[in-house]
Design a protein around this ligand. Structure first.
Ligand SMILES: Nc1ncnc2c1ncn2[C@@H]1O[C@H](COP(=O)(O)OP(=O)(O)OP(=O)(O)O)[C@@H](O)[C@H]1O
Ligand SMILES: [Mg+2]
Ligand SMILES: [Mg+2]
Length: 496
């Protein structure tokens, strides 16, 4: 029998990635996802032994949105975990999020911890074998769903087998046709901030995008959203009506958060936290029928859950001697503004050398994204980048990178030729012609981090700087893959 380790599982899982060439052909032919994908996935679910109604046992909190999904899910998870610790209910909390930063198994967590490598391998191969028809009765093989959909299927299996009694699901792309949308009766659905992203799949305008995301709302299930642009809100309301939801509530900034330390201390994050409070409250009402949240303050479990949440790669800082790394995986117009403002505010009080490390490989609007970053930092007027580094997020075999970060959906020629990075460098030079700004194109994130460390070394060798000016503040942003690769290096190999 073939070897069946975690590494083997990830290797096989990678064969389910859609290659760059096929993605391009689909775009050219205008092929978009529709309900056939979930009809196929229901067959796979049946094959591994479950009906869609089995998923209702997971008491799912389902979250869609353009920005803030992952953070909202992490908050709900963290609040429920506090109840688990203090009351033993829910006994086990599942969390399904994407993408991963370092290891694929981060996407499937139980009690906030990524499932172990052996458990990942076990559930991976159980699903694999069942789809191959290797089980009782030797059914005909079923075509395996692509990467993300396979992982979703596997998460259903893992959570049901592990006795999870509350699960939080972050939508992959859109909502209506997403593989997380197999659930028929979640406990609550949440729609975080809507904006423009994934336009090929979802449509070019916010109302089209909202249509997909609002498609997670379910009959008889409470739905929650945050303030949206009118064109988006109209669609959310219309779809809520069509679906006959139990209620649709628009969640404003929760005044009870005034005494809670939300990080970063910004309204976008308080909005995510407010949405999470409403979702967690609804889930807890299901788990404890008499549960009531006081109207003017939050119980300790909520406060501890919100303050203690760990959501890596989003507005994360790491100190390393004189260097402070600021990491944020922002890759849309709105979120890049948020990340840039956060960086500017954080380091404007401390003199030092400012570095930007940027990449974005798959996005059609990558250059405008970079330009948005430049304009935001300029408009804010607090800091200026002295060094700007463009590099790829590609794993480097020589550094012992794992299969977890292999990405076949990107254009390998563009990566090896550093095509995007050279374009970014030209763009930045045009935006900032000042000779005092150094612009670099480097093959990989490892080299970019070393470049920054080299700056630190040089300044320490120079030795005669005034106190404080030896600080280096480096913002790493533009892509969650870039940030994940950077964290992998900065944390050491086995960070997950
Ligand atoms: N409500 C929001 N409005 C605008 N930007 C946000 C909001 N919430 C988060 N962001 C920004 O988006 C980044 C990603 O946040 P998060 O992981 O919560 O979003 P997501 O919806 O899961 O995104 P994706 O999965 O597409 O990366 C954050 O680091 C932050 O810069
Ligand atoms: Mg996204
Ligand atoms: Mg996410």
């Amino acid at each position: 029998m073939a070897s069946r380790t975690y590494d083997d599982a990830v290797g096989l899982l990678n064969t389910l990635q859609t290659p760059h060439k096929v993605l391009n052909e689909r775009v050219a032919a205008g092929v978009r996802i529709d309900e056939t994908a979930n009809n196929e996935l229901r067959k796979c679910l049946a094959r591994i032994g479950y009906s869609p109604s089995d998923l209702d046992k997971l008491n799912i909190v389902h979250v869609a949105g353009t920005k803030g999904k992952g953070s909202t899910c992490a908050y709900v998870d963290s609040i429920l975990s506090q109840y688990r610790k203090s009351h033993d209910v829910p006994r086990r909390v599942g969390l399904f999020t994407s993408p991963h930063l370092i290891a694929v198994r981060e996407r499937i967590r139980i009690n906030s911890v990524p499932i172990s490598a052996p458990l990942f391998a076990k559930y991976f191969f159980e699903v694999w074998d069942a789809l191959d028809g290797a089980g009782v009765g030797s059914d005909a093989p079923l075509k395996k769903p692509p990467y993300f959909r396979y992982l979703t299927l596997m998460s259903y299996h893992a959570f049901l087998q592990e006795g999870v009694d509350a699960a939080i699901y972050e939508v992959g792309v859109g909502g209506e046709y997403d593989s997380t949308n197999l659930v028929q009766r979640p406990v609550a659905t949440g729609i975080s901030k809507l904006g423009i992203d994934h336009t090929f799949t979802l449509g070019e305008t916010i109302d089209k995008i909202a249509w997909h995301k609002a498609g997670i709302q379910k009959s008889g299930v409470p739905s929650f959203t945050v303030k949206q642009l009118p064109a988006a809100m109209e669609v959310v309301e219309k779809r809520a009506g069509e679906r006959d939801v139990k209620s649709l509530k628009v969640i404003d900034l929760d005044p009870r958060l005034q005494k809670v330390k939300i990080r970063p201390d910004a309204d976008f994050q308080r909005s995510n936290a407010s949405l999470a409070i409403a979702l967690a409250e609804t889930a807890l009402k299901k788990l404890y029928p008499n549960f009531q949240l006081p109207p003017d303050s939050l119980p300790k479990e909520f406060v501890d859950g919100l303050e203690g949440v760990v959501w890596r790669g989003r507005c994360e800082t790491k100190a390393e001697g004189n260097i402070t790394w600021f990491l944020d995986g922002a890759h849309t117009e709105d979120s890049i503004l948020v990340a840039t403002r956060w960086f500017g505010e954080q380091c404007s009080q401390i003199p030092g050398t400012r570095v930007l490390i940027f990449n974005q490989q798959g996005h059609r609007e990558a250059v405008p994204l970079l330009e948005g970053l430049f304009n935001a930092i300029k408009a804010q007027g607090l800091v200026k980048f002295d060094h700007v580094v463009f590099c790829t997020s590609a794993p480097q075999e020589k550094n012992g990178s794992s299969k977890d970060s292999v990405n076949y959906s990107l254009d390998s020629n563009a990566i090896s030729g550093l095509t995007m990075q050279k374009t970014f460098a030209e763009k930045w030079r045009a935006l900032d012609p000042s000779p005092s700004t150094t612009i670099k194109v480097l093959p990989c994130i490892e080299d970019a981090l070393e470049y920054v460390r080299g700056l630190d070394l040089k300044s320490r060798e120079a030795g005669d700087e005034i106190e404080g000016s030896k600080e280096i503040q480096a913002l790493i942003t533009g892509s969650l893959h870039l940030v994940g690769r950077a964290l992998g290096v900065l944390d050491g190999v086995d960070a997950a």
